[in-house]
Design a protein around this ligand. Structure first.
Ligand code: ATP
Ligand code: MG
Length: 303
């Protein structure tokens, strides 16, 4: 029996346009193991979000298919948690109510107290223990994204799909949220596919990095294994003897090999620089986990 939890087979996306069919993604093949963290990296416009949105069931598949946990996917479902660049929260609801909205739909057989505990737990784990009753307008962008992450995990999906979830955040907040995400992923053992532009983010988070070729007809170019020990500390990862070699390899793919195209469609392409954040000092302080620990202790030993 196959160990693959997710299988994208010859996945293709074609948009009809007045000038004929635009083939965005063609024969995209990828297998993901249960519990794996895979990132998808490639130039802007190559088709990363297109692949992710087909997997989320938010975009029709033109050809090929996707299997998740032994079942062929058709349409969206709560078995896939999605986190986008901005979390589209309902502005008239508090952080708590925004997360509860999905939890009520997915865990409709659970008791009110149990649902409440799920929402409080995930909001606490992402560091929002003191802000659950705030509305989105009263939260910073980073805090809103924490709500989005809490919401995705609270639904206990089979798979997590993230499309540049930290793309709009400053680098310090991004580092903090990467840490929050990877801790949650590790504890929940959720299979994850995340789109990113950022090579350092990909190296810090991933078990494997899937590099996509440029479009049209984008496909998997190369797959890089990232074997840094887990749990990962940013400082240790950056000091790992393989770090700069892998980083160079990724940048070289993006600068050179990503431009490979099917002969029939080859044509001049403007070079697009990959996003490479300059190496930064590691963020040592991770308040969310401390909060979460306090929260769990309080739950286990109520006063
Ligand atoms: N509805 C549509 N009709 C025609 N072309 C589309 C449509 N939606 C997306 N595209 C094209 O598909 C290509 C891939 O888009 P996609 O959003 O997947 O890229 P991406 O790799 O996620 O880019 P970015 O990194 O900038 O987010 C783009 O060239 C885009 O113009
Ligand atoms: Mg995109």
């Amino acid at each position: 029996m196959s160990n693959n939890y997710v299988e994208l087979s010859n996945l293709s996306k074609v948009y009809p346009t007045p000038k004929g069919d635009a083939v965005i993604v063609k024969d995209f093949n990828l297998k993901i193991q249960k519990g794996e963290f895979v990132t998808l990296i490639g130039h802007s416009g190559c088709g990363k979000s297109t692949v992710l949105s087909m997997l989320a069931g938010l975009n029709d598949i033109s050809a090929g298919g996707i299997i998740l946990a032994g079942r062929e996917l058709s349409g969206a479902g709560p078995d896939r948690g999605v986190v986008f660049q901005s979390p589209s929260l309902l502005p008239w609801m508090t952080a708590f109510e925004n997360v509860m909205l999905g939890v009520e739909q997915v865990f409709f057989t659970a008791g009110k107290q149990e649902r409440r505990e799920i929402v409080e737990y995930y909001l606490t784990v992402v560091g929002l223990a003191d802000s659950m009753d705030k509305k989105p307008a009263e939260l910073s962008q980073g805090m809103r994204q924490r709500v989005g992450i809490a919401r995705a995990f609270a639904l206990k999906p089979k798979m997590l799909l993230l499309d540049e979830p930290f793309g709009m955040l400053d680098s310090l907040t991004r580092y903090e949220l990467q840490q929050v995400l990877i801790e949650l992923w590790r504890k929940n053992k959720i299979t994850a596919l995340m789109v990113t532009h950022d090579v350092d983010e990909a190296l810090f988070l991933s078990d494997r990095i899937v590099c996509m070729t440029d479009g049209p007809a984008a496909e998997v170019g190369e797959i890089m294994e990232v074997n840094f020990p887990r749990p990962r500390e940013r400082k240790a990862v950056m000091e790992h003897p393989d770090y700069y070699r892998l980083r160079e390899q990724l940048i070289e793919f993006l600068e050179v090999r990503a431009h490979r195209q099917p002969a029939a469609q080859a044509g001049p392409k403007p070079p697009v620089a990959p996003v490479v954040s300059p190496p930064q000092p590691p963020v040592e302080k991770i308040p969310p986990s401390a909060d979460a620990e306090k929260f769990s202790k309080a739950r286990l030993n109520p006063a």
